[in-house]
Design a protein around this ligand. Structure first.
Ligand SMILES: Cc1cc2nc3c(=O)[nH]c(=O)nc-3n(C[C@H](O)[C@H](O)[C@H](O)COP(=O)(O)OP(=O)(O)OC[C@H]3O[C@@H](n4cnc5c(N)ncnc54)[C@H](O)[C@@H]3O)c2cc1C
Length: 397
């Protein structure tokens, strides 16, 4: 067992860190305030090769599983909102790669990214007003009409929902089968009947676009169902016969593999807060000494560092398991997301405390990291749902 990073990995980390420091940090507060989508930064990331399909393809070849975690920790250290604008497309891409045919992947993945000169982003739409954690209750319907699908419904809280070029949308084809009657569809923003709805104003990650996506008689060709029509029909038939469809276990296994890449975002935010708190504690004086001399401040810093290190180790292990196709039978992906999400909130809160009044005002970035951190206990499965998944894994035979 060797936990040291290779020369190549250290280079990758440095490359991403320099981009975050030079291109993201200086504009983070501005985009947090304006809530605009940071297209100029995404374009620079595309030019640098940080926002590219190639990076995802390269990460697939890496048996350590660390390519994306190393890069993403640095980018989210820069700003979680802007980071999500650069890496949010990873989610629809994972859905496309997981459920799509090789032909679908080849056709649609490049469209999600666009070109270096004109980058595009993708969105993954599952959540609905009455169905978040409970994905069985989706009401968006996909009905076959001759050689087309017709989709109707409303998705909410969709990352990149208002700015995406390509959407992967989960809809119910056969309501009698519950989640086994659902399928994913790939839709272009130019297809008839799909449009962004309300853009949400948020507590944190405010540079990231979170919008409704409205499907109003959205008509798409039959071959847009991921995996193809024949596979879907065979699955529905098995569902009606009461046989296992495989969807639930496949979807859960896919979530386990993608959760580490969300968890590492939280590690990046937490590390930003810790680093700032350390520097501040060394400078700030109270009762004649630097506050870093006070035992209670040292205790907080120690706990913050400990939790970050533990979170990162869980993420790296889960990413390594995922990259090598090893079973994640203890829900190691969910463990990493749960630990890192809770850690980001706890660490950012302590950083605010260490800065005292200066932690609470906008002149310092710590209040922003506190606001940004909270999303990591909510999206991609809330902390309660992660605990449920871990407990199920423990209790299953
Ligand atoms: C900024 C942002 C970006 C997002 N991006 C996307 C996206 O790109 N695509 C997408 O599809 N969705 C996205 N979401 C939606 C997100 O995944 C959901 O908000 C999340 O899954 C929770 O669902 P909900 O909001 O309906 O809460 P609910 O499911 O209603 O949960 C409410 C509370 O009840 C708890 N709870 C629910 N069920 C259980 C249970 N069985 N046991 C214990 N506790 C339970 C939850 O943990 C939570 O505390 C995003 C959300 C936000 C805020």
């Amino acid at each position: 067992m060797d936990l040291s990073l290779t020369e190549e990995q250290l280079e990758l980390q440095k490359w991403a860190h320099e981009f975050a420091e030079k291109e993201i940090r200086p504009v983070a507060a501005q985009y947090d305030e304006s809530e605009e989508f940071p297209w100029p930064v995404v374009k620079k990331a595309a030019e640098a090769g940080l926002y590219s399909l190639d990076l995802y393809m390269q990460s697939q070849q890496d048996a350590s599983g660390l390519t994306l975690p190393l890069v993403m920790e640095e980018i989210f250290w820069g700003c979680a909102g802007i980071g999500l604008c650069i890496f949010g497309t990873g989610l629809p891409l994972a859905a496309l790669a997981g459920a799509g045919t090789p032909e679908q992947l080849l056709e649609w993945a490049p469209k999600m990214f666009g070109t270096t000169e004109d980058p595009k982003v993708g969105a993954f739409g599952v959540t609905e007003p009455q169905a978040g954690s409970d994905v069985r209750s989706l009401r968006t319907r996909a009905v076959r009409d001759g050689d087309e699908w017709v989709l109707n419904g409303t998705k909410v809280f969709i990352t990149n929902g208002g700015v995406a070029e390509v959407y992967v949308i989960v809809a119910t084809v056969d309501p009698d089968l519950g989640h086994r009657g659902q399928a994913s569809f790939v839709i272009s923003k130019d297809d008839p009947g799909i449009r962004p709805g309300k853009k949400e104003k948020k507590l944190g990650i405010r540079a990231s676009d979170t919008s409704e996506v409205i499907l109003d008689d959205c008509r798409i060709p039959l071959d847009r169902v991921l995996g193809g029509v024949d596979k879907l029909e065979a699955k529905l038939e098995r569902g009606h016969k009461g046989e296992a469809t495989g969807r639930s276990s496949t979807a859960l296994a896919a979530f386990e593999r993608t959760r580490p890449s969300v968890a590492i975002q939280a590690v990046g935010v937490a590390r930003a807060a810790l680093e700032f708190a350390i520097d501040y504690a060394k400078e700030r004086k109270a009762f004649g000494v630097a506050i870093s001399e006070h035992q209670s401040i040292q205790n907080m810093l120690a706990d913050m560092a400990l939790e970050i290190e533990a979170s990162r180790l869980l993420v790296h292990r889960a990413a390594w398991l995922a990259a090598n196709g090893l079973p994640m039978s203890k829900a190691e992906g969910s463990m990493s997301k749960l630990k890192a999400g809770d850690t980001a909130v706890a660490v950012a809160e302590k950083a605010v405390q260490i800065l005292g009044g200066y932690g609470y005002i906008k002149e310092f970035p710590v209040e922003k990291w506190y606001r940004d951190s909270k999303i990591y206990t909510i999206f991609e499965g809330t902390s309660e749902i992660q605990r449920m998944v871990i407990a199920r894994a423990l209790l299953s035979d």
